[in-house]
Design a protein around this ligand. Structure first.
Ligand code: SF4
Ligand code: SF4
Length: 267
């Protein structure tokens, strides 16, 4: 039944896990959820691909569509209505980003891809350009056997492409995705941003990955509408309603202006 719901939403990649197969990262969050929905007995992991085939610019691919948190909220409401219409008294929590699960690991266990050396989940069709969602359920479901397709090629292209020590030395605090969201940066951190093209996020370890070469365009309509091509000064001045729908809004408008004021080495 959950599968039928997801397919109707354009979500064609999902897999089930029983509780004993789930890996939790936040037991406190899990306890709070279980107070509301009952004991978690299983979960359906699903993917939300966001790639639309465009060329790289200064804005990471994940931030080009409308913020996926908006999609997840709408999806949760629709699932609630779907279950109510069918008289299903099933406790559930549909989450992404705020899930108590180790999402990448659980998604890999559910057969939704492999864990790459760039730290990301890589799906055979959508590559690493995916958001991971989970529907925690208060009832055990019969999981389909997870099919593992391929492996990270361990080619090292992601580490070579990384302009910081984030991948080679495991210094995640130097990852440009993190630094472009940081409000107070050192001159050295600004210099790391200056070296590359990105002013929000960073896709360098994804665009070079051979397993992303044939990444398919997302089949989910939400991720194809109102896309931005690049980050521009006018985006910091969007009306509140439009600004709040963007993935880069959560750190405020000033950080957008600040990032765009970092001039590239070529300028
Ligand atoms: S997102 Fe950019 S900075 Fe971060 S690990 Fe990948 S290539 Fe390195
Ligand atoms: S670039 Fe190579 S090593 Fe890195 S994640 Fe992709 S396949 Fe794996």
């Amino acid at each position: 039944m959950i599968g039928e719901f997801l397919r109707a939403e354009g979500i064609d990649c999902f897999g089930e896990l029983l509780r004993r197969e789930l890996v939790f990262s936040d037991e406190k969050r899990l306890s709070r959820l279980e107070e509301r929905m009952g004991r978690v007995e299983s979960a359906v992991l699903f993917l939300m691909p966001y790639f639309a085939g465009e060329a790289p610019t200064n804005l990471s691919y994940y931030a080009r569509p409308l913020d996926y948190h908006g999609f997840v909220k709408e999806l949760s409401e629709r699932l609630k209505g779907y279950l109510e219409e069918r008289g299903e008294a099933l406790g559930f929590a549909l989450l992404a980003d705020t899930s108590p699960l180790q999402e990448r690991l659980c998604a890999a266990r559910a057969g939704l891809g492999v864990l790459g050396d760039n730290g990301l989940l890589i799906h055979p069709r959508y590559g690493s350009y995916v958001f991971i969602g989970a529907i925690l359920l208060s009832r055990p479901i019969a999981p389909a056997p997870a099919v593992k397709e391929g492996e990270c090629l361990r080619c090292g292209a992601c580490a070579r492409a990384c302009p910081t020590a984030a991948l080679r030395e495991g210094k995640r605090e130097e990852c440009l995705s993190h630094l472009t969201q940081k409000k107070k940066r050192t001159p050295e951190e600004d210099a790391l941003i200056r070296r590359g093209p990105y002013r929000w996020g960073c896709d360098l370890c994804q665009t070079v990955c051979p397993m992303n070469r044939k990444a398919e365009v997302t089949p989910i309509p939400y991720f194809l509408k109102d896309r931005l091509e690049s980050l521009l000064p006018e985006h910091a001045a969007l009306p509140e309603e439009e600004f709040a729908c963007r993935a880069f809004s959560w750190r405020g408008r000033e950080i957008i202006e600040k990032n765009l004021s970092v001039k590239g080495e070529e300028t």
